[in-house]
Design a protein around this ligand. Structure first.
Ligand code: ATP
Length: 514
């Protein structure tokens, strides 16, 4: 079987070859961790966004959307804590001149102990066969116990240093554990420094006194500072939510894994405002609702897992990630956080404005508590792309690459293909395409053999191909080919809208959620 790393490389190459994702500024050798979406990528991305947006705003009476500006008053980021605390600890290797996150270097070292433990367990499991008692082995085997002790010791030192924001201790850990730069292989490290992830720029001309502003690192703050505007003008009553989709920017120190970690990316966030004391009930509600949304896509229930946070951010009283099985392991796609009333209270303090909500049922005013669901569009895109990609062996030396996209989010819904480029078939096919394009993204293709055209559509994940042949001119029927099964059946042109509509509409997905 191909190594997961190779599979991932193949998927990345496929994404480029078929117009899904391009490296930004490619002809200038690219810009690190910035990507552009091509003709098929943008359709898939828009469909993912539409699935999220409609699930939030159409299926919930008490959730509405907004679109706030990327630029915001700089004090917002002071109030939210981003100016002071949105940092990663970085360290440089003086020989390779490469920059690393000190926390990641140490976490990788911790993971090495885990690997050693797992190796011992796997070895013993093989040796003892069915009689193997893993729990007992982990509790008693001297080598496992020694690795576990060392691991816990390092973990404790690391957590203490992170919690105390002790940068020199982080460096000392790196030196004590003799962590080397994977490139130069040396231990010639600089000191650890805090690196703020926000991009800065200037607004206004210098003569006017330019103001330093930030590119937002999350969309959530635009929701917080507008919550009363929306509540009042929309006559919303708690509990209610505000949804937003938009760009966010983070100057990530180490950008890896294609569109998984980008410096410019897109988020879909929903902040749900609740009564104080009810937040954990709603946290649990959204934790479940969001997983259901993911699973409804049918990418495979076993590909998801929750990761509950043990160490919480200072403003949160509960947090979970929804992780997805990427080719490089289970990774966070979405975060669900109970953010207490931290952000709103901070904005009240820094703006000096009263932003309390008056609860008519309780006849009292309070600062609402907030549950946040925050998902990266690009990571969602990547999880769909990776899990739908298949290099399929069809037997007899034949093969194809197919993207098994769920039909409602596929970039192109159908392709109309005249069997041959003569005898009036192209004209008939065009006529059908022109009829269908009002309802579906629909391509027309007459170049190359019909087999090649089917493969091209498979490679971009088009769920249906409609082939027009000589019989079409006689009886008004076409061949409808289904992407995954490759089954073909004859259907009347007049029935196409109905058949396709049932299969590819977003409604079919949304209905699974209620
Ligand atoms: P990570 O730990 O991977 O850096 P995070 O916990 O900082 O992520 P959040 O601040 O919770 O992420 O952001 C919410 C969501 O935004 C994430 O679940 C992810 O899908 C997306 N996201 C965050 N950072 C990036 C990035 N650099 N590139 C692409 N998507 C991102």
């Amino acid at each position: 079987m191909a190594k997961q790393e190779d599979v991932f490389k193949t998927i990345v190459a496929h994404a480029k070859e078929y117009g899904f994702v391009f490296q930004s500024s490619e002809i200038y050798d690219g810009l690190s961790a910035v990507y552009d979406y091509g003709q098929n990528g943008v359709e898939l991305k828009n469909n993912i966004k539409r699935y999220w947006w409609e699930a939030m705003t159409m299926l919930n009476d008490n959730i509405v959307g907004i679109d706030s500006a990327i630029f915001m008053h700089p004090t917002i980021w002071k109030a939210s804590g981003h100016v002071d605390a949105f940092n990663d600890p970085l360290i440089d290797n003086k020989d390779s001149k490469k920059r690393y996150r000190a926390d990641v270097l140490i976490e990788d070292e911790i993971a090495k102990f885990d690997e050693k433990i797992n190796k011992e367990v796997a070895k013993a499991a093989k040796r003892f066969g069915e009689t193997f008692d893993e729990e007992m082995f982990r509790q008693t085997n001297p080598r496992v116990l020694e690795h576990t002790r060392k691991r816990d010791e390092l973990h404790q030192r690391y957590s203490d240093a992170m919690n105390a924001n002790d940068l020199s201790e982080l460096k000392q850990i790196i030196l004590d554990y003799e962590i080397v730069d994977p490139i130069s292989g040396t231990r010639n490290w600089t000191d650890v420094r805090q690196f703020n992830l926000m991009f800065k720029t200037e607004m206004g001309s210098t003569a006017d006194g330019a103001m330093e502003v930030y590119l937002r690192p999350e969309t959530a703050q635009g929701i917080f500072v507008n919550y009363l505007n929306v509540q009042k003008t929309g006559r919303m009553r708690i509990p209610f939510g505000i949804a937003q989709i938009g760009k966010a920017f983070r100057n990530e120190i180490v950008a890896r894994q294609f569109i998984f970690r980008m410096r410019e990316f897109e988020q879909m966030e929903m902040q749900f405002f609740v009564r104080p004391g009810e937040e954990l009930k709603w946290f649990d509600h959204w934790r479940q609702v969001r997983l259901r949304w993911h699973k409804a896509l049918g990418l495979g229930d076993e590909k998801y897992r929750y990761h509950d946070h043990e160490k919480l951010a200072h403003y949160a009283n509960a947090a979970t990630d929804i992780e997805f099985q990427m080719p490089f392991g289970f990774k966070e796609v979405e975060g669900i956080h109970s953010r207490t009333n931290f952000d709103l209270s901070q904005h009240e303090k820094y703006s000096g404005k009263n932003i309390k909500y008056f609860d008519p049922e309780l006849n009292e005013s309070y600062v609402p508590y907030v549950i946040e669901t925050s998902i990266g569009v690009d990571r969602m895109f990547l999880s769909v792309l990776c899990s739908c990609y298949e290099a399929q062996d069809l037997g007899n030396g034949d093969s194809r690459v197919v993207l098994h996209f769920p039909a409602p989010i596929a970039p192109v819904k159908c392709a109309v293909l005249p069997l041959v480029k003569k005898d009036g078939l192209p004209e008939k096919a065009r006529e059908i395409q022109h009829r269908l394009r009002f309802d579906f993204t629909c391509q027309y293709d007459e170049k190359d053999s019909i087999g090649k055209r089917y493969r091209r559509q498979d490679a971009i994940g088009t769920p249906f191909c409609i082939t027009v042949d000589h019989q079409t001119l006689e009886d008004g029927t076409v061949t409808l080919r289904e992407r995954d099964s490759m089954d073909q059946r004859r259907v009347a042109i007049d029935n196409l809208e109905k058949i396709l509509g049932e299969q590819v509409s977003l409604n079919s997905l949304l209905k699974k959620l209620v």
